[in-house]
Structure formats: structure tokens, C-alpha cells
Ligand binder design. Structure first.
Ligand SMILES: N[C@@H]1[C@@H](O)[C@H](O)[C@@H](COP(=O)(O)O)O[C@@H]1O
Length: 261
């Protein structure tokens, strides 16, 4: 696992967007797995800026969703499908045909999970999966004690996650669905490159547990320790509880330019 400490969220966004650009130049129809939440926004802004400037062509790129609320109509403004349309697809000039995601309003939610697994496999698998992290170490919506080999399935959110996400629902926790569809930890680990981005002091403990703690289902992001190509990009605040921060800085400072993340 590589850990890169950047000065701030904007620098993290630039670094991750640049890695996506390098991939898209190599593989124009790459399948990019994207996350919701506030953390990835600087990445999407930096990527869209590169598209506008002509630095990269994303017209063949494909976008895959990580997780979704159960029970929200697909056109609800806070369904993750709507969020990703606003924050990723529209700014990149991509249409619905470039998008893969589960339908959280499907009456057969269990079937929707299985169909999504099949769709990801049929699309050739995720090339680059961007992740945020919950304050409890969740990735996607794989809450603590999720199986580290889980597949896309329905999960129940913790009260903590519902409270964290209430800000997207007028601050009203009652409006936050209890259930979600999420790619499993095992599904996420199949992406060819997994990049976890974390910014802010509220993520420092979860980052330290994920990177330096034991591999444990109680911290689902620790599963990245098993991935052959996992990169954790953190700002100074999110890095503040890392015992090996000095080593991570030294290691990145000595990395050859051509290697990227
Ligand atoms: N399902 C999403 C996660 O994918 C995201 O990583 C997390 C953190 O969000 P934020 O980046 O806003 O802290 O929020 C939600 O729970």
C-alpha cells in the first residue's frame, strides 16, 4: 500500500485526477469507479478542468457507482445516481449510456445487487476505484464488521453514518434511508487500482486504523492492505495519527517522476 501525504484537499484532488488522466490516455474506455460524499469533489473538479482544457478526452470513459440508498426514487436529488450525474457525468459531458449503477428503487433489491455484480463483470471490471472513508472506517457503505470478501448486497447503515449523511437531507436524520446497496469489500478489491482519498481531522483515526491497524472487518478499509495496487491519499489533518508518516513522506519524495500514483 502506498500512502501519499498532500498539503490539502485541493492538492489531493489534483493528484488523483492526474492519475485518472494517465489511465484514460492509456485506456480511453477505462471504467472509473466513483464515490459520493464531500471528499472526492476536488477530484471531480480537477478532472473536469482537464477535460475543458483539452488535456484529456473522456468521451469513451465509463463510470461505475459504488453504492446507493435503497428506496429513494432514482431521480431523487440525493439518490447517489442523481448525485453522480450532477457531480461527475454532467461536468465530464458523459451521458447515461456511460453509467453503470444499481437501481435502489427496484422492487427486487436483492436481484438488483446480483445484476449489478454481473454488469460490472460484463463491463470488464473496474479499472480505477476512487473511495472515500467513513469516520468508522467504512468504504462504500460497508459498515464495520462487513465481511472482507463480501459482494454487492444490501446493508443496514449505522446510526453514526445516518447522522453523518443527514447534512444532505436538510439535516434531518429521519430522511436518511436505513438501507443501502453497496459493492462488497470483495467486489471493491477486484478493481485494478484502488485509491482511497481522506481529508480532514475527522478521518485521522479511521485512516490510521486502515493503514497501520490490523486487517480486521471492524475497519472495512483495512482490507485495502490486501490489495496489490492500493493508494491512500491523505491531507495533513487526515495523516495526523499515522505513526509512519515520516516514512510515507520520505518514500513519496524519492519516487521517480514517471511512476505517478
Ligand atoms: N457511502 C459514502 C462513502 O462512499 C463515503 O466515502 C462516505 C464519506 O463521505 P465524506 O467524503 O463526505 O466524508 O460517505 C458515504 O457514507
Amino acid at each position: 500500500m502506498e500512502v501519499v501525504i498532500v498539503p490539502d484537499a485541493k492538492a489531493g484532488g489534483e493528484l488523483v485526477a492526474e492519475a485518472m488522466v494517465r489511465l484514460l490516455r492509456r485506456k480511453p474506455d477505462a471504467l472509473l469507479g466513483v464515490a459520493t460524499g464531500s471528499t472526492p469533489l476536488p477530484v471531480y473538479e480537477a478532472l473536469a478542468a482537464r477535460v475543458r482544457s483539452g488535456a484529456v478526452d473522456v468521451s469513451e470513459a465509463r463510470i461505475a457507482q459504488l453504492d446507493e440508498y435503497v428506496g429513494l426514487p432514482v431521480d431523487h436529488p440525493e439518490s447517489y445516481r442523481s448525485v453522480l450525474r450532477r457531480e461527475v457525468l454532467d461536468p465530464l459531458g458523459l451521458g447515461a449510456d456511460a453509467f453503470l449503477g444499481p437501481d435502489g428503487s427496484d422492487e427486487d433489491v436483492v436481484g438488483a445487487c446480483a445484476s449489478y455484480e454481473k454488469a460490472l463483470a460484463a463491463a470488464g471490471g473496474v479499472d480505477f476505484q476512487l473511495l472515500g472513508i467513513g469516520t468508522d472506517g467504512h468504504i462504500g457503505f460497508n459498515e464495520p464488521c462487513s465481511s472482507l470478501s463480501s459482494r454487492t448486497r444490501i446493508k443496514t447503515l449505522t446510526e453514526q453514518t445516518r447522522a453523518d449523511n443527514a447534512r444532505f437531507f436538510d439535516g434531518d436524520v429521519e430522511q436518511v434511508p436505513h438501507h443501502v446497496i453497496t459493492q462488497g469489500v470483495g467486489t471493491i478489491l477486484e478493481a485494478r487500482h484502488v485509491v482511497l482519498l481522506a481529508t480532514g481531522a475527522s478521518k485521522a483515526e479511521a485512516v490510521a486504523a486502515s493503514v497501520e491497524g490490523p486487517l480486521a472487518a471492524v475497519c472495512p478499509a483495512s482490507a485495502l492492505q490486501l490489495h496489490p495496487h492500493a493508494t491512500v491519499v491523505v491531507d495533513e489533518a487526515a495523516a495526523s495519527k499515522l505513526a509512519y508518516a515520516g516514512y510515507f513522506r520520505y518514500s513519496f519524495a524519492h519516487k521517480p517522476d514517471w511512476q505517478g500514483i
